[in-house]
Design a protein around this ligand. Structure first.
Ligand SMILES: [Zn+2]
Ligand SMILES: [Zn+2]
Length: 363
């Protein structure tokens, strides 16, 4: 299914180069511009897969090829996939050297599409430097790690889901009205006040909605709160069909949220949104007893890979990560606080306070 486009000079396998936004030969350096022709030669179109069909036949669409090699980190549990015969020495996600070969009974579902790296390592290093510069009280060891440690380019697994929904809803719509009441205040005087009441009327309605490319992350290697901060990845517009050329020379994380689990999470997300959409249709000022019956149809999914740049480091006994979106350059990070630096700042502030105080006393 997937075609081949070897290096025109030496015949080796080409790799994706973020800086050049082209395919490049790692051996002789020949650059092959990314064109429609190359794309057609290499990949099939980005297609949506039928969800029900895939859940019924879990063996379809699997197989990364014979060169695939997987390792699992004993520290952070992330599983890395290499398609180019490379063997890792350390975990790309947390830097731990305790990695073991990972054997899975069933092969992973092959990605259908990929968002190739757009931001190069040089650009990201500049941004990390700026990010670090704006962090006071971070230990110098972090500065060292952020500026000199190996920056890893990693493709993270995501699931994206499409679905049509048709829903019917019933609820009691509440309309506010006000009456004037008289009452006696604390000193026994007669006062009046406005009191709000609700008149309840039953209401019902229906809606149709299309969910397009709802994302569910399948990663365990990158901390979820950091991932949320560097999203979104423009998967609706800028995806390319998956071909091994894009991931050769890069690390790919194997998903650990499987399709069945991801589909459940997606359904929970959709249920919440359908309920919110129905609630918006209810007339009046408030509502209660909202009942929603919904049917999903035409549910499809894609397994996609998205690019991030990662610096993972250990400080004390904790793992910290700096994550950058490999497509948009958005950056987020965790950092420890240096209690030495904070302590020195507090002492300096106290000395100044004491000096000011003694000057004021002597004046
Ligand atoms: Zn070559
Ligand atoms: Zn790890």
């Amino acid at each position: 299914m997937v075609g081949k486009h070897p290096c025109p000079e030496c015949g080796a396998n080409l790799e994706w180069n973020a800086r050049a936004q082209s395919l490049k030969c790692p051996y002789c350096g020949t650059v092959v511009p990314w064109s429609e022709e190359v794309r057609e030669e290499l990949g099939q179109a980005v297609v949506e897969q039928d969800l029900a069909e895939a859940l019924r036949n879990p063996q379809n669409g699997r197989g990364w090829g014979p060169q695939r090699y997987e390792v699992q980190c004993q520290n952070c549990r992330a599983i890395s996939v290499f398609v180019d015969g490379r063997v890792a020495q350390r975990c790309d996600f947390c830097g731990s050297p305790s990695i073991v070969a990972h054997e899975e009974r069933s092969d992973a579902i092959t990605p259908q599409s990929i968002l190739p790296f757009k931001v190069s390592d040089g650009q990201i290093r500049d941004r990390i430097r700026q990010w670090y510069g704006s962090r006071w009280f971070a230990p110098n060891k972090l500065k060292h790690a952020a500026l000199t440690d190996t920056l890893h380019g990693v493709y993270l697994p995501y699931w994206t889901f499409d679905a049509h929904v048709s829903a019917r809803w019933q609820a009691e719509a509440g309309y506010y009205y006000y009456t004037t009441e008289t009452y006696r205040d604390a000193s026994g005087n007669t006062q009046t006040r406005e009191v709000r009441h609700v008149r309840w009327e039953s209401a019902s309605g229906s809606l149709r909605h299309f969910f397009d490319d709802a994302l569910v992350p399948g990663t365990v290697g990158v901390h979820t709160d950091l991932l949320r901060q560097v999203e979104p990845f423009p998967t609706t517009t800028d995806l390319q069909p998956y071909t091994p050329e894009f991931v050769r020379g890069w690390t790919v994380e194997r998903y650990q949220v499987d399709l069945r689990k991801a589909a459940q999470l997606n359904e929970q997300d959709m249920d919440a949104e359908v309920r919110a959409l129905c609630a918006r249709q209810i007339p009046g000022d408030t509502y209660r007893n909202l009942q929603v019956q919904r049917t999903y149809s035409g549910r499809t999914f894609k397994h996609v890979l998205v690019p991030v740049w990662l610096v993972g480091y250990t400080y004390g006994s904790q793992n910290y990560q700096i994550v950058a979106n490999g497509y948009t350059g958005a950056i987020a990070g965790e950092r420890p606080y240096s209690w030495v630096k904070i302590g020195l700042a507090v002492v300096a502030a106290l000395i100044i306070a004491v000096l000011v105080w003694s000057v004021a006393q002597n004046a």
